[in-house]
Design a protein around this ligand. Structure first.
Ligand code: ACO
Length: 335
């Protein structure tokens, strides 16, 4: 059994924050940010926006493009590291899409690699599990976990949602040619947002809790990052991963029509393209407008490229995600 991409959609919050806006909050400048990262502005959740509604909007657009009814969805994979419910946000998306058939829906947590992992998981569910229409959503609101006084991280991130519908097809039409996925927990120290116990639980403390029981209520700390190490990891592992995926697909790098990487930093994108000997005209980039939107960045950039007519039916895309975990992976797909 094969699988193919049949629709895409995206949604971003209304509030836009420019580099100049940020330079009023922390000691930075538009020049520093754009030269070091390529980012000029980003969208941030505020007011009535929330991640679930953005994800639903992106999903609706993907279904519309694919001409698939919500009741024909078998499975929803919500790739996010910032769910609005600790127990998972996918069932809320299923509800808000109005699926009356109760399709399975669950979250996948793999930071900026989440969407690529979701795409491969969708293919595995289709090939091995008898699923027919799998909705893969990448959505994140890292702005909620950014320390807005830390100029090393707050300039990088933005919020967004993107979605792709993956559909079962016969093997001749198969649109997933090869993939490669990895993780390395040793690198967690370079990029994380770990759980922390809140300071006080005084009523219980004064009652004499024993052996640290009951545990204190917890929340998550802000994103901690060693930018240089993450940068080095990305330019080392991403080209290698794409080369492995190409090898599995039996395709040369010259067969790639579009390179579509997780949108973290223009310098990372350029370095990977150079290593694969792909000219700038074959590289998709929209991070100037949105910053690093984590699991959303690939489907958001894909959706813009498809709707603007840049990416055409039948073209081959090499896509790769990388980020916290550390996690990284790539896929060679046909649009
Ligand atoms: N404005 C002005 N100066 C700054 C800023 C800023 N926003 N941030 C740091 N600086 C300063 C530093 O303090 C340092 O000053 P010093 O030389 O006086 O000490 C100088 O600029 C250089 O800082 P570096 O951190 O060495 O700058 P670098 O060139 O490495 O760029 C950056 C930093 C943009 C973060 C880069 O390392 C990067 O993009 N790394 C990859 C990060 C990434 O992609 N992370 C997301 C992964 S995806 C996920 O899973 C969430």
């Amino acid at each position: 059994k094969g699988c193919k991409l049949v629709g895409c959609g995206s949604a971003v919050p209304t509030l836009q924050i420019s580099n100049d806006d940020l330079s009023k909050m922390v000691d930075t400048s538009d020049e520093w940010i754009s030269v070091r990262t390529g980012i000029r502005r980003r969208r941030v959740i505020s007011g009535r926006d929330n991640l679930t509604t953005l994800a639903v909007e992106a999903a609706r657009k993907a279904l519309e493009m694919a001409n698939v009814d919500p009741d024909d969805i078998d499975l929803i994979l919500m790739c996010t590291s910032t769910p609005e419910d600790l127990f998972g946000s996918a069932p809320q998306i299923q509800k808000q899409l109005g699926c009356t058939t109760n399709p399975l829906s669950y979250d996948i947590t793999a930071a900026c690699s989440g969407f690529v992992l979701g795409l491969i998981s969708a293919a595995c569910h289709i090939r091995g599990g008898g699923f027919n229409n799998v909705l893969v959503i990448g959505a994140d609101a890292l702005s909620r976990y950014v320390d807005w006084t830390d100029r090393g991280t707050c300039i990088l991130f933005g919020d967004a949602a993107g979605a792709v519908l993956v559909q079962a097809c016969n093997s001749e039409e198969d649109g997933l040619f090869g993939f490669d996925l990895h993780s390395d927990g040793n690198g967690q120290r370079h990029l994380n947002a770990v759980v922390k116990e809140n300071e006080s639980n005084s009523a219980l403390d004064s009652n004499g809790s024993v052996f640290g029981f009951p545990p204190k209520q917890s929340s998550y700390s802000c994103i901690q990052m060693n930018g240089k190490e993450v940068f080095r990891f990305a330019v080392r592992c991403v080209p290698q991963s794409i080369e492995y995926a190409l090898e599995k697909a039996g395709l040369p790098a010259s067969s790639i029509d579009w390179l579509l990487l997780h949108q973290a930093n223009q310098r990372i994108i350029d370095a990977v393209a150079t290593r694969l000997e792909l000219p700038a005209e074959r590289v998709i980039s929209n991070l100037a407008n949105y910053g690093n939107t984590s699991a959303a960045s690939i489907p958001l950039a894909l959706d813009e490229a498809v709707r603007s007519g840049k990416v055409k039916a039948g073209q081959t895309i090499a896509t790769a995600g990388f980020g916290a975990g550390l996690t990284w992976g790539s896929a060679i797909v046909r649009w």
